[in-house]
Write a protein that binds this ligand. Sequence first.
Ligand SMILES: [Zn+2]
Length: 507
Amino acid sequence: MTLTGLLAAAQPALASPAAEVTDPVNAAFGEAAETYQVPRELLIAVGYGETRLDDHDGAPSHARGYGVMHLVDNPTHRTLVTAAGETGLPVAELRSDTVANIHGGAAVLRAYADEVGLSAEERADLDAWYPVVARYGGADADASARLYADHVYDLLRDGLAATVGDGETVVVQGQEVDPERGEYAEADLGVLSDDYPSARWVPAHTSNYSAGRTQAIDTVVIHVTQGSYAGAISWFQNPAAQVSAHYTIRSSDGEITQSVRDRDTAWHARSANSHSIGIEHEGWVDEPSWFTDAMYRSSAALTQHLAAEHGIPLDRQHIVGHVEVPGNDHTDPGPHWDWNYYMELVGGDPGEPGEPGEPGAPELTFPSYSTLANGSTGPQVSALQYLLNQNGQNAGTVDGQFGPNTESAVRGFQSAKGLAVDGKVGPRTWTALLSAGSTDSLRQGSSGAAVSRLQRALTAALGRTVSADGQFGPLTDQAVREYQDSRGLGVDGQVGPLTWGALQSGR
Ligand SMILES: [Zn+2]
């Protein structure tokens, strides 16, 4: 429904079709705050705490929350239904229409305020809303409810600015707050993890993991929450979730909360659960801004600790993305997760795709690379699927059949690399895929897997065979110079960041 349609359908107080709609999201926050007598800043901070005010085009979070206000519809928390009851708006619209969603969030906050018994005077006082905010987060345990509400009040204290919709900016100025925590003041946030003492300990519900292990731990699985930090932790405490992870890391500062002991089997990666530790990272796979340096560093320190504790090799066969676990349909951590940086921080081996002996690696070296499209089959399709999976796209099983999954993974890769998104794999997409990985400087005399990777990429880029023998000899030097010359790069035969950058962007 359009904004005008919503205004016509909603409360009389909103029925002002002449309202300016140049900033529809700001207008919606203002109107919803007024209609439901919720402080505007609080309404925005709650939405920001949940989603950073991104509606994810109507896609649900893991906890089945929708829209910028994260209206939830799961077996134990049903703010979406409450919102529908309070606003009279259809559920489908509350899920997908940002203006409706904001009104729904405000209506839920007001309904909770009435249940808590806030007077009109108290409703005008940000600090009095604390128990309402704590409840909005949907956490069953006081500790995680407090984690959530404290975060919202931190946002109010620090202020926030978010770009939303068609580029308008929503701003909350920082201000003094002194939240009245009430019963939540007793919630103990000081409990620390026994397995990793710098992490908090907020245990998952026992129905969301299995006690003990059936296999030795040899793998770390990297996930992205598709929702907020506090939301993930409280979801693991919800008996309806049937999922959990051992650790969850906050985007803003790298804070870690442990939910399942290392010795127990969290449910995060199906076939890999029995022998892995799952680490969730706050964010969404399609939004690189969540992947902060603080989160990478904190996560890498945790993985280093886990590797030392459990004897996990620091390589990409044992530190894997959820997308790389066989038999799952998840795409996290996605194309924006920087594996090279992460493995560098972990102090491990970034690895080379197609290294001999790597389990499941198909042949990547061919005398030429054919243009592939939906319907193509054969060993080059297997190479394509393998490389897409390595690069955080989900091409599914490496089976040599170019079907819809492979096509959508190709499109995802093309989009992530700024290539024309046509779902077909021609020289440019091949070049970007074959060159992906570390950007160590190479020159005549270099050898190893990175040289093979360079040689395969040059084969695709130049459209002629550059022997992929892993030895950077005169023929490779000549090919590098030919590539540099044809792409307008400085011609020096040395492969540094500029040449790698050109190859990895498919030039
Ligand atoms: Zn995952």
